[in-house]
Structures are given as C-alpha cells and as structure tokens.
Design a protein around this ligand. Structure first.
Ligand code: CP
Ligand code: NVA
Length: 312
C-alpha cells in the first residue's frame, strides 16, 4: 500500500490537514477497511509503538486506537493520567521529551487545547488529538469518511448539527468547511460556537465554497439536511453544569418531528456515547436512518490511516 506522508508533523486540530490530505486519508481508510474485511495483512507500522494518554474516559477512542495499532503490526500502551506521573504533577514538557525517547507516536485525550499544543512542541514524534475541550478531529474525519463511503462525493452535501457548541461541532464545522460541505448548526444562544473558532471556519469556507450557518433555530438548521448530527448536552468535564444546561437545551434534540418537518430522509449521526431522551430520542437513534454504529466502526479504519500517514 502506498502511503502519502502528511505535511503536518501532528494532528492537533482539524486544520492541520488540507482538503487533498483529507481525501488521501479517506482513500487509505477505504483500502484499510477492505483489508480488514478480507483478512489481508497490512502491517504498515510493524514494530512501532503508540502511547495513549487519557485524562478523560473513553470507549471508542481507546479501543479503536489500540486495536488499530495491533492490526497495523504495532503495539499501543494505555497511559491513564492516574497511572503516569502527569497525575502527580510531572510537566507536559518533561513527559513529552521522555515519551519521545521510547515511542513512535502519542495519542492524547485531554482538556485544554494548550496542553496538546505543549505536548507537541516538546515532542519529536507525531502527536494525535484524541479529543480536547476544543476539537475532536479523529471523530470528524471519521464522520465525513462515513458520508464519503456512502455517496463517493462531498459535493452538494448538507450536514446539520443540533446541540451544544462543543468540541464535536467545532471539528465538524472546520473539517466540513475545508472539504466544501455545507454545515448548518443550531445551538442555544448561550452555548453557541466561539467567535474565534467560527472565524477560522469562515476562512476555510471562503476557500472551499462551503455554506456555513450558525443559528439558534433548530428547524432552520435541519431544513433539507442530508445528514443530521447531535452530541451530548454536557461534555466530559461539564457534568456539574448539567442541571443548568437542561434548561437551555430542552428543545435541542433530534426527534421524529424535527425530521419529518424538515428532512424526512436525513441520515442520523452521533459520535456516541448517546443520552436517549436528551439530545436524541431513542426511536430516532434506533431507526433505519441511523448510521451511528457505522461511524463508531469507522473510527478504527480512519485512525489507522491517520497513524500510518503520520507515523510511517
Ligand atoms: N466518540 C468517542 O470519542 O467515543 P469515546 O468517548 O468512547 O472514545
Ligand atoms: N462532546 C463530547 C464528545 C464525546 C465523544 C465530550 O467531549 O464529552
């Protein structure tokens, strides 16, 4: 398999990849998915090791990165913040320089974007964002791959997001704007997308031709959407805000009514974990139009492509 090396040394946020690079990620993802399905060996990272630092919980990210490294002929180490010295105050800079001497790549799930930026600054090996408070690029790349593999094009695609102006929507907006996808977002006014993020999104959209809408009107956002996406009302680290948030988010859910009024054929997406009866109704999540488990599966294939293109 021919692997194109990415220009950026790291994947810290969505805009580290150009449109052409994202398409190359998708092409390699499709090949790797086929290889898994047909049982073909693809040891692209033979003998390499990925360290996976987790400061927040995870099911999909942990399991898909670890399994992905194994399938690529490498090995992954789970480094929970409670088990490494970061949890006892060792600095990011020291941790990064030490891990760079042992490993071939680091994936980190953490809080502030500054932390991953600092880790990368001191690292001599690729650093991959496995979710920060601001971005979740591996998930957004996977989600657009999930659309791409179905329709083989990214032209004339509208994705609507209903919910919190969080890491997930930031990455969907940014990757969508780079790819030329129309992204329409509805958030409660007090929880909308940050202006500095929107500025970067609009810049990318002006090059690609994406139509970007950010509103507080769920019907406007969902109108004629091909894909409709949501995520939890309170992200990891915001659990204590949940009661207050519930007051603002009550109507920001994907329901059968929202779909039938605006986009009856839209496919339903969610990064998971889902809270049925909050941001999404159970009958929508379990409906024939739901592709949430395809997205979850594709994390494995997409991240293998990203790791191969960064670490080979
Ligand atoms: N979607 C996602 O990142 O899931 P986890 O939190 O389980 O990793
Ligand atoms: N916005 C969610 C995404 C989980 C995958 C969170 O940060 O908790």
């Amino acid at each position: 398999m021919k692997i194109k090396k990415l220009k950026s040394a790291h994947l810290l946020k969505d805009s580290d990849l150009s449109r052409d690079e994202i398409i190359s990620v998708f092409e390699l993802t499709a090949k790797l998915k086929k290889a898994v399905k047909s049982g073909k060996k693809h040891a692209l990272l033979n003998g390499r090791t990925l360290g996976m630092i987790f400061e927040k919980s995870s099911t999909r990210t942990r399991v898909s990165f670890e399994t992905g490294m194994y399938q690529l002929g490498g090995h992954a180490l789970f480094l929970s913040k409670n088990d490494i010295q970061i949890g006892r105050g060792e600095t990011i800079a020291d941790t990064s320089r030490v891990l760079s001497r042992y490993l071939d790549g680091i994936m980190i799930r953490t809080f502030e974007q500054n932390k991953i930026n600092e880790l990368a600054e001191y690292s001599s090996i690729p650093v991959i964002n496995g979710l920060t408070d601001d971005y979740h690029p591996c998930q957004a790349l996977t989600d657009y791959f999930t659309i791409f593999e179905r329709v083989k094009t990214l032209k004339n695609v509208k994705l609507a997001f209903i919910g919190d102006g969080n890491n997930m929507v930031n990455s969907l907006l940014l990757t969508g704007a780079i790819l030329g996808i129309d992204v329409s977002v509805a958030c409660p006014a007090a929880y909308t997308v940050k202006p500095e993020i929107l500025e970067e999104v609009m810049k990318a959209a002006s090059s690609s031709g994406s139509k970007i809408t950010v509103t507080d009107d769920i019907n406007l956002a969902a109108y004629k959407a091909d894909y409709i996406y949501t995520d939890v009302w309170a992200s990891m680290g915001q659990e204590e805000e949940m009661n207050e948030r519930k007051k603002h988010f009550e109507s920001y859910r994907i329901s059968k009514k929202l779909l039938s009024d605006n986009c009856p054929d839209a496919l339903v997406m969610h990064c998971l974990p889902a809270h049925r009866g909050e941001e999404i109704d159970a009958d929508v999540l379990e409906s024939e139009n739901s592709i949430v488990f395809d997205e979850a599966e594709n994390r494995l294939h997409t991240q293998k492509a990203i790791m191969a293109m960064l670490m080979k």
